[in-house]
Design a protein around this ligand. Structure first.
Ligand code: SF4
Length: 185
């Protein structure tokens, strides 16, 4: 690997860099996340400080963004139980390299309607894959069939006794197979 590629890899595999991108996308309205990314205000401020990121400052011109954020906070509150199950699933897949707040953030993005990488404000599924492998290795490594990530997480919850996704006992006979597997563009 040459020096440029190595520097790129180091940048891409850093939680600080991923979080900077997620925070920027949220502030620019390019993700599904609420203002505090699914965290409470204190946790959000601590996360930014921990990773050297700029605090959120709202101005008068942010009225529209404020409305959008309020709506997203409301939606998150309505689906709190589901969010908690996803967050706990993710936390259980961490080792000591993982950023615990990332579990809450990824769980909040799972509630959006797009592919997970888009709902987080990342550039690609490949970037999401690196983030998940870094933060939740014990969970991510189990996606051996290359399922779409949201579907994979919900399937784990189904297998734990939840009832979010699967209407069929096996993927092979499932009428919605193509919603769970295949490319994410
Ligand atoms: S293909 Fe069907 S059974 Fe398999 S994870 Fe998706 S919804 Fe569940």
């Amino acid at each position: 690997m040459n020096g440029v590629a190595l520097r790129l890899q180091i940048r891409v595999e850093s939680n600080a860099a991923w979080l900077a991108q997620i925070v920027r996308a949220q502030r620019e309205g390019r993700s599904c996340l609420p203002a505090h990314l699914g965290l409470d205000a204190r946790q959000y401020a601590a996360l930014l400080a921990r990773h050297g990121l700029r605090p959120l400052v709202r101005g008068a011109e942010d009225g529209l963004l404020g409305e959008r954020d309020a709506l997203r906070e409301e939606l998150l509150a309505l689906r709190r139980e589901e969010w908690q199950e996803l967050r706990d699933l993710l936390l259980a897949g961490q080792d000591d390299r993982g950023e615990p707040a990332m579990a809450a953030i990824v769980a909040a993005a799972c509630l959006g309607g797009e592919h997970l990488w888009r709902d987080l404000g990342l550039d690609s599924r490949a970037q999401l894959h690196a983030l998940l492998m870094h933060n939740f290795p014990h969970l991510a490594v189990r996606n051996t069939q290359d399922m779409r990530w949201k579907k994979f997480f919900y399937k784990q919850l189904c297998e734990q006794g939840g009832g979010y996704v699967c209407r069929s006992p096996s993927c092979e006979t499932c009428p919605t197979y193509h919603d769970c597997f295949g490319e994410e563009r």
